[in-house]
Design a protein around this ligand. Sequence first.
Ligand code: CAA
Length: 293
Amino acid sequence: KRPAGAPDRSLARPVTKVGIVGAGLMASQLALLFARRLQVPVVLTDLDQERVDKGVGYVHAEIDKLLGKGRVGPDKANRLKALVSGAVDKAEVFADADFVVEAVFEEMKIKKQVFADVEKVVSPEAVLATNTSSLSITEMAADLEHPERVVGFHFFNPVAVMPLLEIVKGEQTDDATLATAFATGKALKKTTILVKDSPSFIVNRLLGRFMGEVGKIVDEGTPLAVADGAFAGVAPMPPFFLLSLVGPAIALHNNETLHGAFPDRFYVSPNLQALVAARKTSVYLPDFSIDPE
Ligand code: CAA
């Protein structure tokens, strides 16, 4: 059955090579998923060779884990490893990519620049997908020569296990792009839903409300471990564990975006702001302390 709002699947274009911009944790998880499910070459790119090597190294280590668990055999593991490569220079490796996903830092200016660079080297039909969790797809595409090939393709952490994929249609996204996104999401074995291009889409908007409230509870004086403990057996992961998994900077960015769009409804925690300003990557630190004032 076609997901609600998805265009005719006959419009979908084949995906024979995938380019991923970024080689951080999210990007590397995506590389593994694409290689495993689509069985096509996947190239990770980043600003320098060290980042690229780290990303490819992560994917290879995850493949070894799958091998260790017996989820893939030795031949398959080797084939998967051979499918995933990395490069610093996008021009050569992206030239024949027909589906490029960006998973770089969550900032509009950077993402626009990434797509402008990628557009110079890919074919006019190549899909440009963004894993943004909160930014406008329409705005991201606005200055491109072919804004109709940009689509939101938002995964959840950990990518290997979370079933949902939010597909976001920008104002100019055309049906062939959307159909390709849905067909690819299905091939990746994700549950695909079409969501409106609005701040933080659906899941992160709901999550922002929830995380804002639990942040406020801690800011008001409840110890963090107590707030987390209150969720035992209620949620799959206590809220501050989830915040550490997602990353404090991304969680803060989400709440700031939502606060900007709906100031009356979204809370931005000063403790979380301080944690991110101190470049901490986990909330399980004394820094996330409560100011009794
Ligand atoms: N990477 C890869 N695989 C992972 C993983 C990770 N980080 N964490 C867990 N897994 C795998 C495990 O290897 C295991 O796989 P096998 O069955 O093959 O062994 C499987 O997931 C289950 O793991 P656990 O036995 O540890 O099970 P669990 O009951 O602790 O569940 C969980 C783990 C699925 C992550 C669960 O805790 C959960 O659902 N947490 C909530 C996650 C969530 O809400 N994510 C959304 C965050 S919001 C977001 O990402 C949006 C954004 O843009 C910011």
